[in-house]
Design a protein around this ligand. Sequence first.
Ligand code: NAD
Length: 283
Amino acid sequence: MSIDCVAVAGAGTMGNGIAHVCALGGFRVVLIDADPGALERGVATIGRNLDRQLARDVITGEERAGALARIAPSASLDAVKGAGLVIEAVPEIAELKYEIFAELDRLAPGHAILASNTSSISITAIAARTGRPGQVIGMHFMNPVPVMKLVEVIRGLRTDDATTNAVMELSRALGKTPVEVRDFPGFVSNRILAPMINEAVFALMEGVAEAEAIDTVMKLGMNHPMGPLTLADLIGLDVVLHVLEVLHRELGDDRYRPCPLLRQYVAAGWLGRKAGRGFHTYA
Ligand code: NAD
């Protein structure tokens, strides 16, 4: 594989995690964010997370220093010009992603692969905004990126084999386990997770059991590390609702209709952990 420099566009929750694992994996990394404050916070977060890994003996002091030295922050998308792979992690707004991919197509070297970390937007539609649809692919990392092993690798309708193979190989080089999936709404992860959470909310609304009881059944009965309502609180109820709306609209099947109670909680601002209250209450 000829990739030695990875550009990451967006230094938020996912972008700084992706930059972190790429730098630890030995790649030169250009971390780009349009907001200078967000860029600074992203770099600081990487430093803190590397320190935590060092304290737990997950990495050595040398690995920490090497990773930090390989990261170059930038405020401009122009910085993608030396990259063999660009991973986009800007907010989940289709029009914004379309614009950025048209721009990346113009700025990145002709051989570069353009990947998106989107959780719900069609890779095929993003790819159509570029003159290189064969080299556009989804790399769906999980949060927190340095900890979670999975990368869902999403092949758009026109993604070519060489691009898919290169991204599978690079993901393994990062210590991740890539899984190849096709470009359908929600991919595999959210197609299965979001309806499970939705069903838990229906069970709560219908009074089948209390929130605590629903979570305990799934934790102790199904061996899930946390219950579906606790997980929804962690993800953010607005994000869960958005994913269900995408599934419902794009697949046109009522089995994905968001539970009215979920809509009510979002309307009330009970968005989960980040708001201090969702299906559970947080201090
Ligand atoms: P975030 O809001 O934390 O970060 C996005 C960053 O992009 C911000 O720092 C913002 O300043 C920057 N940005 C906005 N416009 C830009 C531009 N034009 N150029 C460069 N930077 C720009 O978002 P996030 O939670 O990291 O999510 C990013 C993507 O990852 C989304 O597509 C989301 O669906 C996906 N995702 C998120 C999670 C999660 O748990 N947060 C998990 C998997 C996938």
